[in-house]
Design a binder for this molecule. Structure first.
Ligand SMILES: Cc1ncc(COP(=O)(O)O)c(C=O)c1O
Length: 377
């Protein structure tokens, strides 16, 4: 069976995790958490990065730091993971969904301005498949209407837009280090903070509403409860696992990009024949090969292709069911304008096996199985 995903593992994880154990500091903010934070800050040019227990929690942290209140509106695509919306719904926000572009599957930047009302507080662009949203236009709208921008860069670690790292362009950026991501700690994430005035608040909210981070740095002699908060810091054992991969991020990135390129070039003929569509990466975007998808004609063809591949021991998957069509999406959100592409395009996507160290033999098997499917159809 060719799995859809195998969590990244470089071989250095064991020794780093052992070191974390020997440090007798397996709670949060130990040696490896600091190393990961510094790596993110350096790679992305971010003033402050904080590892979190998930990207979901990084998004929640951002929503708290922006003081999102009941009735506030937050603009995002409907084609995204539930956490993008949930983090803001938890604060009582109303979600305003905007259609996507059919080429990148990202929020259509041209439709955002129409969705802005006097209740709008933030825009949450989701960089689908590690390919950047049109950030220049999004930042321009945000400045015009004085809105915050929280980048959902769950899939965008090591991706760039016009030379800027994803997650470092808006007020806040959120990374995921879930086991399905390019770099992993099992469950985990990070909050990237561009707003220097929010750094201290972020440390407090992440540490149960206390100023314990300042205390650990020796800046105060006792710590106390100063704000609302929760526990968003991961164990240093998980951070040690992640650090092994961050240290070899270039190697992992190149390996994934090579697989992506192989798939892309192999499927160009099917695309030329008009049988499938392939991912589009605009010239200003440098992506990280987070996923490789093809687009079938429609839902029926996609379902048949997934079944066909499964019969040949190849696991492929689809996502997302557009949030505005889900029960909670209807309760907590509304769609602004027409759903021209969100539903239609989401029904065509099929994600092929993609992970670090995917073998040449397995890639070839996947490609020839897809060709067999279209030959038989
Ligand atoms: C776009 C997007 N946002 C948020 C998340 C949530 O990430 P996590 O599992 O780290 O909470 C995911 C996870 O797949 C995602 O793809």
């Amino acid at each position: 069976m060719i799995p859809f995903n195998i969590p990244p593992y470089t071989g250095d994880e064991d020794q780093y995790m052992k070191k974390a154990i020997e440090n007798h500091k397996i709670c949060g903010d130990g040696e490896f958490t600091k190393k990961c934070n510094e790596w993110i800050e350096e790679k992305t040019g971010t003033p402050k990065a904080l590892l979190t227990t998930s990207c979901t929690h990084a998004l929640e942290l951002a929503a708290i730091l922006l003081d999102i209140q009941p009735g506030d509106e937050v603009i995002m695509p409907s084609y995204t993971f539930v956490s993008t919306a949930d983090a803001f719904v938890l604060r009582g926000a109303k979600i305003v969904f905007v259609d996507i572009r059919p080429d990148t599957m990202n929020i259509d930047e041209q439709l955002i301005e129409n969705a802005v009302t006097d209740r709008t507080k933030a825009i949450v662009p989701v960089h689908y498949a590690g390919v950047s949203c049109e950030m220049e236009k999004i930042m321009e709208i945000a400045h015009k209407y004085n809105l915050a921008v929280v980048e959902d860069a769950a899939q965008g670690v090591m991706s760039f837009y016009k030379g800027m790292a994803l997650g470092s362009i808006g007020d806040f950026g959120c990374f995921s280090f879930h086991e399905t991501k390019n770099y992993s700690m099992g469950e985990g994430g990070a909050l990237l903070i561009q707003r220097k005035d929010k750094i201290e608040d972020a440390e407090i909210v992440r540490e149960k509403g206390t100023n314990r981070s300042k205390f650990f740095r020796g800046q105060i002699d006792k710590y106390t409860w100063v704000n609302v908060g929760s526990s968003y810091l991961p164990s240093d054992i998980n951070a040690a696992y992640l650090y092994a991969q961050l240290k070899r991020a270039e190697e992992i990135n190149e390996d994934r990009l090579a697989s992506w390129k192989f798939y892309y070039e192999s499927f160009e003929e099917l695309k030329r024949k008009g049988r499938i569509d392939l991912p589009v990466v605009p010239s200003e975007c440098k992506h990280n090969a987070h996923m490789f998808y093809i687009k079938a004609k429609d839902l029926e063809e996609r379902t048949a292709l997934i079944t066909f591949l499964k019969e040949r021991d190849i696991l492929s998957v689809f996502h997302y069911i557009p949030l505005h069509s889900a029960p909670a999406g209807q309760k907590f959100g509304r769609f602004s304008g027409e759903d021209k592409y969100t539903t239609k395009e989401s029904e065509r996507i099929i994600r092929l096996p993609m992970y670090y160290k995917l073998t040449a033999e397995d890639k070839e098997k996947v490609v020839s199985a897809v060709y067999d499917f279209y030959r038989e159809r």
